[in-house]
Design a protein around this ligand. Structure first.
Ligand code: ADP
Length: 281
């Protein structure tokens, strides 16, 4: 019998979006990043993108993408067909189970469910699969990082010390499993009053700037705390599907991410040593 090719074999880049702790805006970033990568800009036709919500303990993709109540189908009873919205392919643990049931899952059960979601969804050919990881650095995160050919990780944090300390653990974990950290996103960087315009650094100032510098990693961007961002997520119309300065910040982060990806690939090629070629003269 011919062995079946795993569904992720046609994915060029699996990118993990992670955070040390919950509530820092990891899912919001993952959703907007996936959509930004898929959008055409200038000469760039836009990439083929998949988005997997692997946040078993708090799947938010169905709400943020306006897809509640939908469910992936299967043509052969084995492999799931991903759903599609705003031009990207999506799957979420939230489409398949009641989130309250997942909340009591032990680590191995959650790891196995996530492995199925990545490996048994018919993603087809993708330039990028963005994986919204569960928060933290435990067994589930390690299993996913080691089991799949992950290209790199993006770590999301707020500038607050308590979030940064956990984000550092995330960076260390990816180091241990040899997944390059492509950059850090600082979310909720500051708040600007819509009435008087004054800027307040509610969670501290530039914490991720210092962290990126310490780890020799790129700061991909700083996203302000904005009511419209929260409203867009709650309404199922992610900020990047609209126009405005907030959408541009996410697009800029996506651009920087691609730059880091290219740099990492070039460094890997250079460190794998020179190739010997034979030239007839
Ligand atoms: P996580 O995935 O880290 O748990 P979420 O992306 O679910 O975090 O975000 C937590 C909450 O904060 C959500 O209600 C989301 O809409 C809101 N949020 C995230 N980023 C921002 C932001 N930059 N401005 C305003 N609200 C935000």
């Amino acid at each position: 019998m011919q062995a079946q090719t795993p569904c992720y074999k046609q994915i060029n880049n699996i990118i993990l979006v992670a955070s040390g702790k919950g509530g820092v805006g990891k899912s919001t970033t993952a959703v907007n990043l996936a959509l930004a990568l898929s959008q055409p800009s200038g000469e760039n036709p836009g990439a083929k993108v998949g988005l997997l919500d692997a946040d078993v303990y708090g799947p938010s993709l169905p709400l943020m993408m306006g897809m509640q109540g939908q469910r992936p189908t299967s043509l052969d009873g084995k492999v799931m067909e991903p759903l599609s919205k705003y031009g990207i392919k999506v799957n979420s643990i939230g489409f398949l189970i009641n989130p309250e049931d997942a909340a009591v899952w032990r680590g191995p059960m959650a790891s196995s469910a996530l492995s199925q979601l990545i490996g048994e969804t018919n993603w087809g050919e993708l330039d990028y699969l963005i994986v919204d990881m569960p928060p933290g650095t435990g067994d589930i995160q390690l299993t996913i990082s080691q089991k799949f050919p992950c290209t790199g990780a993006v770590v999301v944090t707020t500038p607050q010390n308590i979030a940064l300390a956990d984000a550092e653990k995330g960076v260390a974990m990816f180091g241990k499993v040899n997944i390059p950290v492509l950059g850090i996103v600082e979310n909720m960087s500051h708040f600007q009053c819509s009435k008087c315009g004054s800027v307040e650094h509610i969670f501290g100032k530039d914490g991720a700037v210092a962290m990126a510098k310490d780890h020799g990693t790129e700061l991909l961007g700083q996203i302000p705390l904005q009511q419209i961002n929260r409203e867009n997520s709650d309404n199922g119309t992610p900020t990047v599907t609209t126009d405005g300065p907030m959408a541009d910040i996410y697009r800029d982060i996506a651009k920087k991410l691609i730059e880091q990806l290219v740099l990492t690939q070039q460094n890997n090629a250079a460190s794998s040593g020179p190739e010997i070629s034979f030239i007839d003269d």
